[in-house]
Design a protein around this ligand. Structure first.
Ligand SMILES: Nc1ncnc2c1ncn2[C@@H]1O[C@H](COP(=O)(O)OP(=O)(O)OP(=O)(O)O)[C@@H](O)[C@H]1O
Ligand SMILES: [Mg+2]
Length: 330
């Protein structure tokens, strides 16, 4: 891997789903890397492959899906492992899940079992990975629940359904941090909670990340979250990474017409209530009937006939850390 700090490197990842209706190329050649302590934001419209990218890293793709190509290199203290080469339900990936890489899902109800207390579930994760005594695991759980701002003595014996959405989300974060992973993936962690809680959860994530030098992949629709939280951003469209840039650069100097469209579809505070919001025209096409060439071309204001509808652009360098897959920058 490139440098001492590099933690995860994803190369030409392809994850496809198979069904009677056909093949969905949910992730179709995605590339990115992340250093220790760094935050990468992943954004793009619904159905662009953000969650499937996350599932692929953890090897949690649903049964009808398969990683068809690529490498996911994870650097641990001892060595570099290609997660794609591991058996999806084998011991090796199981040891990595939760311990080295952990995930927070959009809806914490799906991650907690309803029939066990929050405490017993976190304690079990800690014991599984760290082989400590029950007492030690319980103390650690109390510490974690405190850290995420819950009253630990109460939360530890509570059942998931008895907590409010915001509290459940905090408990979920506590569980995902229980083994202090080197990488946390947050897949839309705040869509199920209201705005005030959202701000608190983000603040919490940022604090913990700084304290623990944990790398974070933040999947979000929310551009404000990207700009506040992330060092760099990857924009996805229909399974492909279409633009990569440091966050500031992406917001001040977006290159891909799709990125420009995404940024323009958000109202700007300083322009007041009467501004015209230019959403991207059309909708994301069906994954079963992808356009030829660049899959964004039917919606693109800068479409070059004869080129964009014929060939697939590769990632071109516009600057040292700024890459874009668009023929305008060839
Ligand atoms: N189990 C599955 N079987 C078939 N297709 C699937 C499956 N899971 C996801 N897909 C498809 O893969 C594509 C990518 O889905 P994904 O969930 O990664 O999108 P996303 O970017 O996370 O969207 P959202 O912002 O709505 O969460 C979509 O076309 C989706 O329908
Ligand atoms: Mg998703």
């Amino acid at each position: 891997m490139e440098n001492d700090k590099s933690l995860l490197k994803v190369e030409d990842l392809k994850t496809y789903f198979y069904s009677k209706e056909g093949t969905v190329k949910a992730v179709d050649g995605v590339n990115f890397s992340i250093n220790r302590g760094e935050t990468l934001g992943i954004a793009g419209e619904s159905g662009c492959g953000k969650s499937v990218t996350a599932q692929s890293i953890l090897r949690l793709t649903p049964k009808n899906g398969r990683i068809e190509n690529g490498r996911i290199l994870l650097r641990t203290d001892e060595k570099t492992v290609d997660l794609v080469s591991l058996k999806a339900s084998g011991d090796e990936i199981r040891k990595i899940r939760g311990k080295k890489i952990s995930i927070i899902f959009q809806e914490p109800m799906t991650s907690f079992s309803m029939v066990h207390t929050i405490g017993s579930q976190i304690i079990e994760v800690i014991r599984l990975h760290q082989g400590c005594t029950r007492k030690e695991a319980r103390d650690r759980t109390l510490e974690l629940l405190n850290m995420v701002g819950l009253s630990a003595e109460q939360a530890i014996d509570a059942y998931p359904f008895s907590l409010s959405g915001g509290m459940r989300q905090r408990a979920m974060i506590a569980m995902s941090l229980s083994c202090m992973p080197s990488l946390l993936i947050a897949d839309e962690p705040t869509t199920a909670v209201d705005v005030t809680i959202q701000a608190q959860v983000l603040k919490l994530l940022r604090r913990i990340q700084k304290e623990k030098q944990m790398a974070l992949i933040m999947i979000t629709h929310d551009l404000a979250v990207l700009s506040e939280l992330c060092d760099k951003v990857m924009i996805m469209y229909l399974g492909k990474d279409v633009e990569h840039a440091p966050t500031k650069e992406l917001f001040s100097n977006p290159k891909h017409p799709y990125t420009k469209g995404l940024l323009n579809s958000v109202p700007k505070l300083h322009q007041g209530p009467r501004q015209k919001i230019e959403a991207i025209k059309g909708t994301v096409p069906s994954p079963y009937a992808l356009p030829t060439g660049c899959s964004f071309h039917p919606r693109c204001p800068d479409f070059i006939p004869g080129l964009c509808d014929k060939e697939i652009p590769k990632l071109f360098d516009v600057d040292e850390n700024h890459k874009v897959s668009c023929f305008l920058y060839q």
